[in-house]
Design a protein around this ligand. Structure first.
Ligand code: ADP
Ligand code: MG
Ligand code: ZN
Length: 512
């Protein structure tokens, strides 16, 4: 039952289906979201990504003696808003705690976090997973959302792996130290069966969209502003006592969340099947091989000697303020999907395609700019999705705006452009040639519908195809299509097909 290692030297794996036939997975996700506040959590240093190392630091975030932290109000507001959006209870009073451990990228020797008094607790987020039998909804219970600060960033220089082993020296950048983080921890998620990896992925995707809709973070997984720890354990089918979990750290894409969990299920199943026991440990996901490798053992719980941070005042959001923030929440992604599905009369599959292409907001904005939903969807899902894939950028990062797409749709609707010309206009916009109207002008892409310009092409088409012309004269009007085609070809697609047809029939003396 246990198959050979995934990679030479890698752990034994059980085939995924066999693993799920024997074991029931339990999963849990811890997600860190870096907030998009302009300043850090406890000082006024800037937070911009990509600055010169150690230029966004001060005595507070470098933990110089005598410095004192002050809480960033916007960060607290962001945390409350996310807690509300996740259906959490918001504490009326809570404190920050010191989590004591040593790490060179953490200047204070402790991290300011929250421990037994999180700001938000006991919420839930519903996620939808596609199955062959149709979409299935799962409720993910949220344990807590708490506030903390990020650490700096260590780079190991001189080795081949980028890890400390084999490196000649290491350097630390403290720009990230003190950037506000929210940690969102789920309760253990049960009864997902073989869908566990998909539930994990759907949860992270939904959480990312939720955070984005609140505007509190840009949640770019590839830049690390959303990082995910994937916990998973197995228990024999029918059992009720959870198994020992592994925790795969800092998984950096939706696809990796799914792959990491699949791999861990297969690995743990092989361990259990061989009579072994799963070790409680952190593991690291290897992007290239899709495997996880052992990190730090967590068999003996590390004692972080948490205690309330005496330098910070408690956080005590008033009930009025919380209600004010609740009332100010935007339409959340799930509600938006439901509304759009109904308004645009989409099937489950059509909605799924929009969601999978991450096109909902773009299409909605295109509709808001005046395009019919069907046209807006067609552009973003076909032409533009293809371009995004080809150029390896996210759909939203393409250099074309919903307003520009709406204008192209309008130009087609009013007959100025054919679909074929419209694609050339969009190409021009993507190439940075300006607004759609400017591209039409500069490239001379208008549909040719004036009779003087079309007349010559029509007469030429008739002269070139005497047999077709004869059929039409004889009453076979449908044959006109061939001549329209010839006119389109002669005008490089710019002819108004309807007007060309009228002119052909008139020229041949046939009633339309
Ligand atoms: P730690 O900081 O030690 O990782 P946390 O409580 O912050 O602990 O997070 C643990 C995560 O693992 C939570 O999401 C929790 O739901 C999940 N979890 C706890 N026990 C199990 C288990 N037996 N199997 C799978 N997931 C688990
Ligand atoms: Mg953890
Ligand atoms: Zn600072």
């Amino acid at each position: 039952m246990t198959s050979s290692p995934a990679t030479s030297g890698g752990p034994a794996l059980m085939a995924y289906d066999d693993a799920l036939a024997r074991y029931e997975p339990v999963l849990g996700l811890e997600t860190h979201v870096e907030l998009g506040t302009r300043s850090k959590m406890f000082c006024s240093c800037a937070t911009a990504f990509g600055a010169e190392p150690n230029t966004q630091v001060c005595p507070v975030c470098l933990a110089l003696p005598g410095s004192l932290p002050v809480v960033n109000g916007t960060a607290v507001e962001s945390a409350v808003r996310l807690g509300l959006a996740l259906n959490c209870s918001i504490a009326s009073w809570c404190r920050f705690a010191r989590k004591n451990y040593f790490y060179p990228d953490m200047p204070k020797n402790y991290q300011i976090s929250q421990y037994d008094e999180p700001l938000c607790s006991d919420g839930h987020l519903d996620v939808v997973v596609d199955t062959p039998e149709g979409p299935r909804e799962f409720r993910v219970e949220i344990e807590r959302v708490h506030m903390e600060e990020d650490t700096g960033k260590t780079s190991h220089v001189g080795g081949t792996t980028g890890r400390i082993h084999g490196a000649e020296y290491s350097i630390v950048d403290y720009n990230r130290a003190g950037i506000p983080l929210l940690e969102i921890v789920t309760k253990p998620i049960e009864h997902t069966g073989d869908l566990a990896p998909l539930v994990a992925r759907a949860y992270v995707s939904e959480l990312r969209d939720l955070v984005r809709s609140l505007g509190v973070s840009d949640v770019r997984m590839e830049e690390g502003s959303l990082r995910c720890d994937v916990n998973v354990s197995l228990m024999p089918r029918g059992a009720t006592k959870w198994g020992t979990r592994s925790e795969t750290k800092n998984v950096n894409s939706l696809r990796s969340v799914e792959r990491a969990m699949r791999f861990e299920i297969q690995r743990q199943a092989a361990v259990l099947d061989a009579g072994g026991r799963v070790v409680q440990e952190t593991r690291h996901f290897q992007e290239n091989s899709g495997t996880t490798v052992s990190g730090r053992s967590k068999e003996e719980a590390q004692d972080y000697r948490y205690f309330p941070d005496p330098d910070l005042v408690p956080v005590a959001p008033s009930a009025e303020w919380i209600e004010e923030l609740r009332a100010g929440l935007p339409e959340l992604p799930a509600a938006k999907r439901r509304r759009i599905k109904a308004e645009w009369e989409l099937s489950d599959e059509e909605l799924r395609d929009l969601v999978n292409a991450e096109a909902i907001d773009l299409v909605a904005a295109t509709v808001d700019a005046g395009a019919p939903p069907a046209d807006a969807r067609k552009w973003w899902l076909n032409e533009l999705s293809r371009r995004a894939t080809e150029t390896e950028v996210e759909l939203a990062a393409l250099p074309v705006t919903p307003a520009q797409v709406a204008r192209v749709v309008e130009l087609v609707a009013e007959g100025t452009l054919t679909n074929k010309l419209a694609r050339q206009v969009v190409e021009g916009v993507l190439a940075g040639e300006g607004e759609p109207d400017a591209v039409v002008e500069a490239r001379g892409l208008k549909v040719v519908s004036d009779d003087s310009a079309l007349g010559a092409a029509v007469r030429q088409a008739i002269a070139d195809n005497p047999d077709v012309a004869e059929k039409i004269r004889g009453g076979k009007v449908a044959a006109a299509g061939a001549l329209v085609g010839a006119v389109m070809k002669a005008t490089r697609g710019q002819a108004d097909a309807g007007r060309a047809r009228e002119l052909i029939l008139a020229e041949l003396g046939v009633q339309a």
